[in-house]
Write a protein that binds this ligand. Structure first.
Ligand code: ADQ
Length: 466
């Protein structure tokens, strides 16, 4: 079997507790049995270039090869270009994008360093799979070092329409480097269509087949591969009887009120203020002595040295204080806002105990929490998923209650509908959702992408001998 080489900005550390990023979670699920080499940043920051050393550890069948970033790389490549330019523009937030030439240069530099370290480790038959927006030019850097292997790229975040991307400095140059991959995977048909438009309308390429674009004599396969979760593994965690007992105790304390749950990284793309406002509106629509619901919002810290993230944290702290001050009583706290990571086991049992899963991002590549919530439910008495129509998951999970997260009334109304929804309707919706979550699980995601990548063989991209 050919060896799989996965490259992502962060490599998930085995046994390091809870991973709260979607990419780490779905790759860990997918790599556990398949094995191969996984290369990327170990999360550590060192003072200077001479302190960078690569380490390899074995994790089951998988070798994890990692290295640190320097302080400067972290500032320019990770925080600067990746998270203050690419993340906001890919989430349709040009207003939050802060372009600097130093950051763009840092981005190029770190991608080149990744290629320098990885290229000598590669075998001729390796299948190389690069992940996400931090590493867009890595394929081109590897080609420049004579790597002729099949290289695929998967974008975990949205690909916005050309009207947005053309406003971002340097984007055209960056997008051209994508043509050095053999295959690019997107989460949704919308992202796929936007990319094809960008290549044809902005770069002067052509679409020679539904899944093939051509530019400057190079052709590239593009496809849609929605990411998924380990459905049975998650469902088993959720059904843990000991944990369920603990939850029953909390429920008694909450005087049998229903729960709604939200689990997100604390990111401005996740629509958290809008969610809190919708919850406030829901509470206000019930008489004082009949308020039906407690919202548990787990918001894990992320990128908290960037201004936009500090601002959103302050906004949420103020809003949760306001809502609890206004509606809470001696015996009830309406909004439990938890600003830290929690274990996946704890998340799973709380999903199961919650009548509503509230997944309302303003923009999201896919959103795994939506799928986890569905997988965790008791099929005889399932909860209701309320899902933003701007999450990639909405393309598939049509039986959720779909909402426009900017419309506070619509979300509040959907919550009311979920509270009142008869069990038969909940079961019917859940069954349909579960079928789709199973159809696009972690395993299928990985296998279908790799199958397509392997099928790209036969289009040698470099003439250099290695
Ligand atoms: P994320 O933006 O990180 O991922 P998401 O898909 O929801 O978003 O994944 C988050 C993962 O982290 C989930 O598995 C969730 O359970 C976990 N998590 C979140 N908060 C947590 C907390 N406080 N404690 C513990 N675990 C927590 C990116 C894209 C998404 C895309 C994924 C995968 O932005 O759109 O779905 O990659 O491709």
């Amino acid at each position: 079997m050919t060896r799989l080489v996965v490259v992502s900005n962060r490599v998930a550390a085995p046994g390091a507790g809870q991973a709260s990023g979607g990419l780490a979670v779905c790759l860990l699920d997918a790599m556990r049995d398949r094995g191969g080499l996984w290369f990327g940043w170990n999360g550590e920051i060192v003072a200077q270039d001479s302190d960078i050393a690569t380490t390899s550890v074995q994790h089951g069948r998988c070798t994890l090869m990692t290295m640190p970033l320097t302080e400067r790389d972290h500032r320019e490549f990770y925080l600067g270009f990746s998270n203050e330019v690419l993340w906001p523009i890919h989430h349709y937030r040009l207003d939050l994008s802060r372009f600097t030439l130093e950051a763009a240069e840092g981005y190029r530099r770190v991608n080149a360093r990744f290629a320098d370290v990885l290229a000598p480790e590669l075998r001729r038959t390796d299948l190389i799979w690069v992940h996400d927006y931090h590493l867009i030019p890595l394929g081109a850097e590897l080609r420049a070092r004579g790597v002729g292997n099949q290289i695929g790229f998967f974008l975990h975040i949205p690909f916005p329409p050309p009207e947005i991307l053309t406003a971002a400095p340097e984007y055209e140059r960056l997008a051209r480097t994508l043509l050095d991959y053999d295959l690019i995977g997107f989460q949704t048909t919308g992202d796929h269509a936007n990319f094809c438009r960008f290549v044809c309308e902005e770069l002067g390429g052509e679409r020679i087949a539904p899944d093939t674009v051509r530019l400057d004599g190079k052709s590239l396969q593009v496809g849609v591969y929605p990411v998924g979760i380990d459905v049975d593994g998650f469902a088993a965690m959720a059904a843990n009887p000991e944990a369920a007992q603990k939850i029953q105790k909390t429920e008694r304390r909450d005087r049998k009120r229903l729960y709604a749950i939200g689990v997100d990284r604390l990111d401005y793309s996740k629509g958290l203020p809008e969610k809190f406002l919708a919850f406030e509106r829901l509470l206000a629509s019930y008489p004082e002595d009949r308020r039906p619901m407690t919202l548990i919002q787990v918001a894990s810290p992320t990128r908290d040295d960037l201004d936009a993230y500090i601002d959103i944290r302050h906004e949420l702290e103020a809003l949760s204080g306001k809502i609890n001050g206004k509606f809470g009583g001696f015996d009830w706290t309406p909004l439990r806002y938890i600003h830290r990571s929690v274990s996946r086991e704890t998340l799973a049992v709380h999903y199961r105990a919650s009548r509503i899963g509230l997944v309302t991002p303003l923009r999201d590549g896919m959103n795994l929490v939506a799928k986890e919530y569905v997988a965790a439910q008791d099929e005889a008495d399932p909860g209701v998923l309320i899902l933003s129509r701007f999450a990639g998951a909405a393309e598939d999970l049509q039986e959720a209650l779909l909402v426009n997260p900017y419309d506070i009334d619509e979300t509040a109304h959907a919550m009311r509908r979920a509270i009142e929804m008869p069990v038969d309707e909940r079961i019917a919706r859940h069954r349909a959702l579960m079928k789709r979550v199973r159809q696009h699980d972690a395993c299928n995601w990985m296998l279908s992408f790799l199958r397509a990548l392997r099928a790209c063989r036969g289009s040698p991209r470099v003439t250099l001998k290695r």
